[in-house]
Write a protein of this length. Structure first.
Length: 205
């Protein structure tokens, strides 16, 4: 889907292209996590029904790479919940030892990367964070207001909140997995673009 991205050589377009490239890479890692935990029950299944995660697991590396090439994140970390992030990153931000239960090292590592990307996206401007991550304007303001060091150590704590984006939209995830498994790039692109409609719809709620 990179051919649909902005191709202009101006600095803003280059910055957006880098953000899109980064979110695609994070999506690939996230799909690998979904595959690794496809038979698990509990928080490690990131909110997807076992039959849905089971459809992601058989995809080849190339198919996952194609599926991940979306102009938005396939994962979520409560980015629309400014109250949660105010409690985490505000002046009285805190987390407890209980937050680290049932979190494996790969998931914690991924969440650390995702949080850095969220901070970078919010620092770049309101629009990238909202479009790519579904981040509320208030959450973006909170992320922009902190320095990068405030995110240190949060990966393990926040990993329990990691979910697939639109995890309750089984139609979307079924269609994405099915389209990625078939050699039909046009069908896959249609499904990926439908995610933009879900993003827009969420902003109207």
């Amino acid at each position: 889907m990179q051919d649909a991205h902005v191709r202009s050589g101006n600095p803003e377009s280059r910055a957006l292209a880098k953000l899109l490239e980064s979110v695609s890479g994070l999506n690939r890692q996230f799909l690998d996590l979904v595959s690794a935990h496809s038979t698990d029950w509990g928080p490690s299944r990131v909110g997807l029904a076992v039959e849905l995660s089971g459809k992601i697991a058989p995809l080849t590396a190339a198919q996952k790479r194609a599926a991940s090439n979306c102009p938005y994140a396939l994962f979520d970390l409560r980015f629309d919940d400014e109250h949660h992030w105010q409690s985490r990153l505000g002046d009285v931000g805190q987390w407890s030892v209980a937050d680290v239960d049932l979190v494996d090292a790969d998931t914690a590592k991924f969440v650390n990367l995702a949080l850095f990307f969220a901070w970078h996206s919010a620092s770049t401007g309101k629009l990238p964070a909202r479009l790519l991550l579904g981040m509320s304007e208030a959450t973006a303001t909170i992320f922009r207001s902190v320095t990068l060091d405030r995110l240190l150590g949060l990966g393990t704590a926040e990993a329990i909140h990691l979910t697939a984006r639109w995890c309750n939209r089984s139609t979307y995830w079924n269609a994405l997995a099915a389209a990625a498994a078939r050699p039909n790039s046009a069908a896959l692109r249609r499904i990926q673009l439908s995610g933009l409609q879900l993003t827009a719809a969420a902003r109207l709620v």
